[in-house]
Write a protein that binds this ligand. Structure first.
Ligand code: ATR
Length: 274
């Protein structure tokens, strides 16, 4: 029988993970099957236990269970402990190992797929929720010149910055306080576009060489990338590459094999744009 993996979420029907991991398995010759599993909002632990009892070897975790997956894990990777969230579970004989590959996926997409070096750059991270927290340590590990976090609730941004200040100088504040500043890389980790809202960003953040990166993706340009372009960003990227790269990193955690991502990303891009 093939080794069993899945993604837990609620909702989860929209998840691209089964297609991505099936493509990785086919291309790398790994014998595994991967499915989406809907867990009840108040029944995540039970859904995991059921999957483990059925022989499941590992799982991805998506909204809204990443923090709960962190608490459920018997052991955590350093990056998952820092993120306070888990997107990758490994079911071992001695318990559940929790990891977080989101930040690694973001860094891999920016550095390798987009060819944008992070070292020495001024980075602005928009948002101070779970998505933002998950990528801070991996970004700091790339030795940027600075990392500033801006959020609608400024206090949350300041607290988040403080939580990582042992690693590097990180600052935090409101959107208004961004006036007069500019950055080399601006990453949107807010969920504003899900609410159909655009961010109140002051003009001047984007220099011509700035990369605008939206962790969200969808058909066509995201609202954040439209705004960035209108404000002068020459280069923009959505989060589809991050999605594929975090999956590749999870695949590596489970199988010890690093799958090639370019063809899978290109196929997904074609699917999404039609
Ligand atoms: P996630 O796990 O996606 O990060 P979250 O933890 O709920 O979800 O965080 C959502 C983030 O998007 C927060 O930074 C939130 O700002 P607040 O902390 O001020 O709530 C941000 N966000 C959501 N809707 C927004 C909007 N309309 N404008 C600006 N920021 C928004």
């Amino acid at each position: 029988m093939s080794d069993m993996y899945c993604v837990f979420g609620n909702p989860v029907g929209h998840s691209r993970s089964p297609a991505i991991h099936s493509a990785f398995a086919a291309a790398s010759g790994e014998d595994l099957c991967y499915e989406a599993r809907l867990a009840p909002v108040d029944g995540f632990a039970g859904a995991v236990a059921e999957f483990v009892a059925a022989g499941g070897k590992g799982a991805n975790v998506t909204v809204p269970f990443k923090e709960e997956a962190c608490r459920l894990s018997d052991r955590l990777s350093g990056r998952a402990a820092r993120a306070g969230a888990v997107n990758t579970l490994v079911f071992r004989a001695d318990g559940i190992f929790g990891d977080n590959t989101d930040g690694a996926g973001l860094v891999q997409d920016i550095k390798i797929n987009l060819g944008f070096a992070l070292s020495g750059r001024r980075i602005l991270l928009l948002g101070a929720g779970g998505a933002a927290r998950g990528v801070i340590a991996p970004l700091l590990a790339e030795s940027p010149a600075s990392l500033h976090i801006a959020n609608r609730s400024a206090e949350k941004a300041r607290l988040l910055a403080q939580a990582f200040s042992d690693m590097a100088p990180v600052s935090g504040g409101s959107f208004n306080e961004l006036a007069g500043k500019s950055f080399d890389l601006v990453i949107n980790a807010t969920s504003a576009s899900l609410a159909g809202e655009s961010l109140p960003l002051p003009a001047g953040l984007f220099a011509p060489g700035t990369l605008a990166y939206d962790m969200m993706y969808g058909k066509g340009q995201t609202p954040f990338l439209q705004l960035a372009r209108a404000q002068g960003a020459a280069q923009g990227a959505d989060g589809l590459g991050m999605l594929v790269e975090q999956a590749a990193e999870a695949f590596f955690v489970w199988r010890g094999v690093r799958p090639a991502t370019a063809a899978v990303l290109a196929a997904l891009r074609r699917q999404i744009s039609t």
